[in-house]
Write a protein that binds this ligand. Sequence first.
Ligand code: MN
Length: 290
Amino acid sequence: MKRTIERVFQGAPDHWVGDGFHVSNYFPAATDFEKRMSPFFLLDYQRPEKYEPTTLKRGVGTHPHRGFETVTIAYQGSVAHHDSAGNGGVINPGEVQWMTAGGGILHNEYHEEKFAKAGGILHMIQIWVNLPKKDKLAAPKYQALTDASIKEAKLAGGKGVVRVISGAYEETEGPASTFTPAHMLDLRLKPGAKARLPTPKDYNTALLVLQGKVSANGSPAVSEGEFVLFKNDGDEVVVDALSEAIVMFLSGAPIEEPLVHYGPFVMNSVDEINQAVEDYNNGKFGYLKD
Ligand code: MN
């Protein structure tokens, strides 16, 4: 049965993360439904925007995270990343970086040097995925998901593809390993494409239109920048492309645990937040120079 739509909305007015990411927040700050999107905790969207050439480092300097994972998906432009676990790399268009902060990590995120020097369009999303209590302090981990490692399922009539980042779509499985079930699908659609996306009824499920126009479960047109939250009342979402379109589809098993958020930390209690601040101040997240 098709899910009904709970809400369609635009993100909050754009704000700067450092000086390199001009993003619109969709949740949790813009709305009061962090529980409605669990296990996904946050979504910041950098709509396509031209950055002028610069020789400066543009982005966000070294900062900590604990208790969750950050997933960075590049559509246009390139982002360089380094962390205190010794990992680093460049996220190019079509690629995804899935970083498990777990018990604590420091990292920085900058426009990749050549991209910054040349200037150009940056188009990307960052999603935070919460960790269950038992894995909050897991060892930090880094998954660089290359374009080639993200398998594509072809839609009927050659009208586009479903790129599976995590979880599965039909027989196609995503390369990302996750701590709880979380389907993250990158839909690249041609006009007239139809994608039938099964979703267990209890999974929190939504989509964000990044380009073009689609109809979701028979809705009126939903356009670029609009976010569609579905009720947990059915087991299918059908996306019909009304133009060439790019859509991010999220569906995951909710983590039914208390949640306390403070800046870059997402934990289960105030005590654990205080501990995170203390550990950070005492240098227990390691060392990383900008
Ligand atoms: Mn970060």
